[in-house]
Design a protein around this ligand. Structure first.
Ligand SMILES: *Cc1c(COP(=O)(O)O)cnc(C)c1O
Length: 383
């Protein structure tokens, strides 16, 4: 046998870290159904409650009626339609970037950028807590990878070599909910003659004017970031991703990125639905204010319980438990009370920082947060 799979699985099981999927009997929303039971859903990235919105389903159906089910080919063959071009245009105007390319997943968008751009002579500077898709691409790239301590600009500055490559960070960090200091990143990139890439998967739609994301929220000029990337599977309620930047950048990627060139384009109906989601997101200030009020309620409640609220003003509100088994045990107790919260364990997060990754969405009501706080009070203290 060339592959000893069982040993790896046994090792994971022995560490209590074996992963399993759960089959949902419902779509996303305030509630989810699993194992014949209904839970309040505190684990979704559908921050604006869009995934189940009838207008969005309808838009996708309209797109299907107009374009059919599949795109039929990669974008350079016959897979690039007006629906895709319009979405690119919408994104470029909304986010104030010159040009945009669409990808089927954020994971592949990140592979595309890093693998197409970075060569042996380059250096990539990655925040230690960057998403697995960034670190994975980075590890496979021939460029040297230097990882700086999370959001530590002095550490980054000490590593930077002039004109050597790409600084890569997230706008909002996926497991911590905190934000990168984008202006400082931009300044360091400029001073050192390097490029800056920002993955804003968790900022887009949620933060900033018209939901434009972390840069807008922090008042950082959009042209101070060379490469923008974000996904459509979180606050935008659908799936897929884009890369944005100069026309030269997107021309380069569509010529040199194998992840772009050799992959079937996302279905045009999906692009059409995402355009509808963006039109809605732009005007959703009331929903974003509702989300912020839930976040405040949750954070005040956590502090009131004598627990440490995370340094996060976003929809991601991790509660650090520390020990992986304990985090799982708390999550199980919450489930007994009808609350679905996911325990996140190493290797997804650093050792000793296992946590409940609690996500709040506009689909929640204030009473849901109260229920969660009451349950946490009992479950966190009694294990
Ligand atoms: C979810 C996520 C991705 C991957 O996007 P998918 O569309 O889910 O493949 C990339 N980066 C970050 C920061 C993410 O949170």
């Amino acid at each position: 046998m060339p592959f000893d799979l069982q040993t790896g699985l046994n090792e994971r099981a022995r560490q209590g870290l074996l992963r399993q999927r759960q089959i949902l009997q419902s779509g996303q929303g305030r509630h989810i159904e699993l194992n014949g039971r209904r839970y309040i859903n505190f684990s979704s990235n559908d921050y604006l409650g869009l995934a189940a919105q009838p207008f969005l389903t309808k838009a996708w159906q309209d797109g299907l009626a107009r374009w059919g089910a599949g795109s039929g080919a990669s974008p350079l063959v016959t897979g690039y339609t007006e629906a895709h071009a319009e979405l690119e245009q919408t994104l470029a105007e909304w986010l104030n970037v010159e040009s945009v390319l669409l990808f089927s997943t954020g994971f592949s968008a990140n592979q595309a950028i890093i693998k197409a751009l970075l060569q042996k002579e380059h250096i990539q500077y990655q925040d230690r807590l960057n998403h697995a898709s960034l670190q994975e691409a980075g590890a496979q790239s021939p460029a040297k990878m230097l990882r700086f301590r999370h959001n530590d600009m002095a550490h980054l500055a000490s590593l930077l070599q002039p004109h050597s490559g790409l600084i890569i960070s997230e706008g909002v960090f996926s497991m911590d909910g905190d934000q990168a200091p984008c202006q400082q990143l931009a300044d360091l990139a400029k001073q050192s003659g390097n490029w800056l890439m920002l993955d804003d998967a968790h900022g887009i739609g949620v933060l900033g004017e018209q939901g434009r994301g972390t840069l807008s929220h922090q008042g950082v000029a959009s042209d101070s970031v060379h490469i923008r990337m974000a996904t459509f599977g979180k606050a935008l309620g659908v799936a897929g991703a884009f890369v944005g930047g100069s026309r030269q950048l997107t021309d380069y990627l569509l010529n040199f990125s194998r992840d772009y060139v050799y992959s079937t384009h996302m279905p045009p109906a999906q692009a059409y639905a995402i355009s509808a989601a963006i039109a809605w997101v732009k005007q959703a200030d009331e929903e974003r204010a509702h989300l912020q009020s839930l976040i405040r309620q949750f954070r005040d409640g956590i502090t009131g319980l004598g627990l440490a609220a995370a340094e996060s003003s976003t929809a991601i509100q991790p509660l650090i438990i520390g020990d992986a088994d304990k985090a799982v045990s708390v999550a199980n107790k919450l489930r007994e009370r009808g609350l679905w919260v996911t325990a996140i364990r190493p290797p997804t997060v650093p050792k000793g920082t296992a946590r409940l990754r609690i996500t709040l969405t506009t689909a929640h009501q204030s009473s849901d947060i109260s229920l969660l706080l009451n349950a946490l009070k009992e479950c966190v203290t009694d294990v």
